[in-house]
Write a protein that binds this ligand. Structure first.
Ligand code: NAD
Ligand code: ZN
Length: 253
């Protein structure tokens, strides 16, 4: 990495080391190196698919088969955490990170071992029946989907099985949003990783933190609308940048 990046890495380590209640705010970009594509920006899914067709609640209710066909072809149930997810666990264990607030639904922070993870957009690992409310493990419904697309509810036979993810047109889970807001207002540092920071209300969380005095450190492949107000900005791959920050923090011990 270049000298400019070296300086920014030192600055990021210096920001995180004395932090007492830092939080991470993560987006799809942190899981790209695990083989899960992101949405916006170079190579993102929304450059190939119309989000209204595959991820909007109105379209889902009209034609769940469209969603489940997309899922059949694009879901990566075997994805594993990458060095960026693990670096956040390391930061937490060293006492520099209080919680991870994520827009991701892939469960990779939990799989990596992060202690407190707040999922703003739900989880893709469970499925709910919109008719009877029964919930099922995603793996069971994926199996049914492979046999017959779209799958129907094993309890009531209903046709509207939906992963517990927040689709466009749906509200965020209230308790997750409240917890994230509380953490944001108390945070001294927000470490933002792999988010275009264009999706609201989620992107309002780092904004709220900043308004309450937190310093922002952004690690993202491309520029974001928050770069101007951040204390440190590093444009690079999360799986390379985060471990480099940890190495600096570990050396200073
Ligand atoms: P986004 O797609 O809008 O932005 C991702 C950002 O990550 C982009 O700016 C991109 O430049 C950057 N990026 C790509 N590869 C990177 C890498 N290796 N290291 C660092 N940065 C990288 O994603 P977002 O901001 O999370 O947008 C929110 C929406 O995307 C949410 O609705 C979320 O639920 C959804 N989403 C989640 C997943 C997942 O669970 N993994 C996957 C796709 C989309
Ligand atoms: Zn049902």
């Amino acid at each position: 990495m270049s000298t400019a990046t070296d300086i920014a890495l030192d600055q990021a380590a210096a920001l995180l080391q004395p932090a007492r209640c830092a939080m991470a705010f993560t987006g799809a970009g942190i899981s790209v190196e695990s083989g899960i594509p992101h949405f916006r920006g170079e190579g993102g899914l929304w450059t190939k698919f119309d989000p209204y067709k595959v991820a909007h609640i109105d379209t889902f209710r009209k034609d769940p088969a469209q969603y489940w066909t997309y899922s059949l072809n694009h879901r990566r149930p075997d994805a594993q955490p990458n060095p960026a997810h693990r670096a956040l666990v390391d930061l937490e264990q060293r006492g520099h990170l209080r919680a991870v607030v994520t827009q991701n639904t892939d469960g990779l922070h939990q799989k990596a071992g992060s202690g407190e993870v707040i999922e703003l957009h739900g989880s893709s690992h469970a499925v709910v029946c919109l008719d009877c409310g029964a919930q099922f493990p995603r793996a069971d419904i994926d199996r049914l989907n492979r046999e017959h697309c779209p799958p129907s509810c094993p309890s009531c036979g209903g046709q509207f099985l939906k992963p517990t993810v927040v689709l466009f047109g749906e509200a965020l889970p209230e308790s997750a949003l409240r917890q994230a807001q509380t953490l944001a207002m108390a945070a001294d540092v927000v470490l933002i990783v792999g988010s275009s920071l264009q999706v609201y209300p989620a992107a309002g969380i780092p904004r709220l933190a900043q308004q309450h005095g937190a310093e922002l450190c952004i690690i993202n492949a491309e520029p974001t609308p928050f770069d101007d107000v951040a204390t440190v900005v590093i444009h690079g791959k999360a799986g390379e940048v985060l471990p480099a920050i940890i190495r600096r923090i570990a050396q200073d011990r």
